[in-house]
Design a protein around this ligand. Structure first.
Ligand SMILES: Nc1ncnc2c1ncn2[C@@H]1O[C@H](COP(=O)(O)OP(=O)(O)O)[C@@H](O)[C@H]1O
Ligand SMILES: [Mg+2]
Length: 398
């Protein structure tokens, strides 16, 4: 269906100019309306439906500039092109600042004016469509967090009650199935959380509360959380770190999710009988060149300004990642081509890790040998604590 013609309001106290303009605009396929002063223009613009206003700057009564300002205060975003015979550069700047999209000096070159009118109308249409899409995206994310995540969390709670035997005895095998159901639901919640947080980071609206955190404590908590899953899959989960490392400055719950994402991946891609190691060590600034941070890693501003860094690694003996694809797996929705079998997931975990680590002033990358295993390395500055690294190593096995 063809679009209805766009309606243009001409606001000019000079009848002759307006009449000529109306003729040209009709010929070009537009509908027109005429207002001879600002008062009448504001009245007409109260009813919606104008694609554009051609607004004379100098008029008796309310000036064009005042009309423009009143429109914008009223949240009316109709495209406005200013017209004047008395143009100067200051006036142009003032009009643009007040929200005009363009400016034409009288007398008009009609071809040029028609081009500018169509461009302004097209731009406004595109901006409106973008606004609409943005609103739909917000609605979608709201729906994800409320209408999807909340019921799944409730499902997890209910299954957990049954699995825990609070409603009657549960056989070992039944408990195992219920545990798998919980883990699948938790994976969906993790995907939603990753998606929402990537969106928040992109919009600059991710709220984190950073504080000095001992990386060993973080790793130990994550290792403990995943040791039952590792045991079930016959994978040795090892923590290899010193307890007296310098503190990193992070939001501990966000950072714990980063490490958990890496461990979940390691568990997913490591076969029976394999092993996963979580480790952390202190690194001095002088040692950074020896870390061989790959070129695809963009370090945040000021990254090299610290004396000391924590190097957190999650390594596994799993399927590995094809070398050409390593740089891409940190992008949203990217999964490597060598997935051993359909492993689910959405390709969002590492994208979240990258955003979060960058947000804490650090960087993340991966090393891998296909068929042998992968290692994910995080470097985070230790801005507060200058404790000497003692090199003592404490090991816990699952
Ligand atoms: N430890 C790992 N071993 C092998 N491949 C991995 C590992 N971690 C991540 N990958 C690859 O990177 C991809 C992206 O990971 P991620 O962003 O966490 O998404 P998802 O886990 O949802 O697939 C995975 O699909 C996989 O191809
Ligand atoms: Mg993942």
């Amino acid at each position: 269906m063809p679009l209805p013609p766009d309606k243009i309001l001409i606001v000019d106290d000079e009848f002759d100019i307006s009449a000529i303009l109306q003729l040209h605009l009709h010929d070009a396929g537009y509908l027109t309306e005429w207002a001879s002063d600002g008062e009448q223009a504001l009245q007409l613009l109260r009813s919606d439906g104008h694609a554009l206003v051609l607004l004379d700057v100098r008029m008796p009564g309310i000036s064009g500039m005042e009309v423009l300002k009143l429109l914008r205060t009223d949240n009316n975003d109709t495209a406005v092109i200013m017209m004047t015979a008395h143009g100067n550069e200051n006036l142009v700047t003032e009009c643009m600042k007040a929200g005009a999209v363009d400016y034409v000096p009288k007398p008009f070159d009609i071809e040029d004016l028609l081009l500018r009118i169509q461009r302004a109308i097209d731009n406004r249409r595109i901006a409106k469509e973008k606004q609409l899409l943005e609103r739909e995206k917000e609605d979608f994310f709201f729906m994800l967090s409320h209408d999807l995540k909340n019921p799944i969390t409730a499902v997890i709670g209910s299954i957990d009650i049954v699995r825990g035997g609070r409603l009657g005895p549960v056989r070992h095998e039944q408990a195992d199935y219920l545990q798998s159901a919980i883990e699948s639901c938790e994976e969906v919640v993790a995907i939603i959380d990753n998606l929402l947080d990537i969106q928040r980071y992109n919009a600059g609206m991710m709220q984190t509360i950073s504080a000095p955190v001992n990386p060993f404590t973080l790793l130990a908590e994550v290792a403990e959380r995943f040791s039952p899953a590792a045991r079930r899959d016959n994978i040795a989960l090892t923590l290899n770190a010193s307890a007296d490392l310098a503190e990193i400055y992070v939001d501990s719950s966000v950072m714990a999710r980063v490490i958990a994402n890496l461990v979940v991946n390691a568990l997913k891609f490591t076969p029976d009988g394999g092993s996963i190691t979580l480790s952390c060590r202190s690194v001095r600034r002088g040692e950074l060149p020896g870390m061989h941070i790959p070129d695809y890693v963009v370090t945040p501003e000021g990254f090299y300004d610290f004396q000391r860094y924590a190097c957190i690694c999650v390594s596994d003996t799993g399927s590995g990642i094809p070398p050409k694809e390593i740089a891409n797996i940190f992008e949203r929705y990217v999964q490597a081509s060598n997935l051993p079998r359909k492993r689910g997931g959405a390709g969002l975990g590492l994208a979240f890790c990258k955003k979060a680590v960058k947000g804490f002033g650090g960087c993340i990358w991966a090393k891998s040998v296909e068929e042998s295993g992968s290692e994910f390395i995080i470097l985070l500055p230790c801005p507060h604590n200058d404790l000497e690294y003692t090199g003592t190593v404490q090991e816990t096995h699952s």
